[in-house]
Design a protein around this ligand. Sequence first.
Ligand SMILES: [Fe+2]
Length: 310
Amino acid sequence: MNLPSHPFPGMHRRQFLKGLGVAALAGLRPVWSASVPDKLPPLRILYYTDVHSRPDLAAPEALAKAAAAMKPIPADIVLCGGDVINTGLRAPASDCEPLFDIYDEFLKALGRPVEHALGNHDLAGISDPPNPAANPRELAMRRLGIVEPYRTVDVGDYRVMILDSVEVIPGPQIYRGYISPVQKAWIADVLARTPREQPIILLTHIPFRSTFLQAKESPMAALKNNLVVENANEVLDLFRDHRLPVVLQGHLHSDEHIDWAGRHFIQGGAICAGWWKGPNLQTDFGFGLLEIADNTIRWSYTPYGWTAKG
Ligand SMILES: [Fe+2]
């Protein structure tokens, strides 16, 4: 089952934008790097997002290939931006369990611990009869070993803050990108206990910043709240006295980078590219590596060599 709630299935164009600079592409392995004003401690994050595991379209075979490509890459932490399964939302948990089984095989092949943000497709059993879930997050949290949907993970000298950016809402849209008041209070509390000089990386499924719709439709297109986090500016304002060099994002299956006054918003492409049917906005089936060292932030998006089947 592939529910039509994901914003725009089937797009074909690469978007690789750098808000204050020039897009940098290097053959099959696009890379950009940017200097930062203050020295940052070293960090390597292997980052992938939007897996959309499913039994058909040879997706299990592709996932084995992706895991093999990612496994040997050294990193301090592996992060996933969510949407690990392809159905979710109104689908009952019983339909989603087999897709988590497929994703489990990927994790076993990867052989490394992964910290996950929840995506809209990871929620299950939303509202509809006959078996509405009391907690649409319960299944994914159990299957992925997530204790809290928003949490911090300290790695090296960094604090990674993993957000829960999907809010279930009534009506056909099902969800919006939104950071709840309770979560905002939690962020403020974490920041009050975080030294101002300690760099923070944010992980959010639904983006805080994107030019995705302008690339797909028109430079004048207005983003909707199922594409970006509606109250992202309020949330970012909480970080005004803190070092937040990078926000890792998922959801839109595009390889995009916005450098907004030195704060880097990275849209991490997608393992499934265009929902397993081919590239999405020219973003290939791939994963990313974020490397921070001294005064440089470097991002590379690496296709793992998959071609759509079926
Ligand atoms: Fe997705």
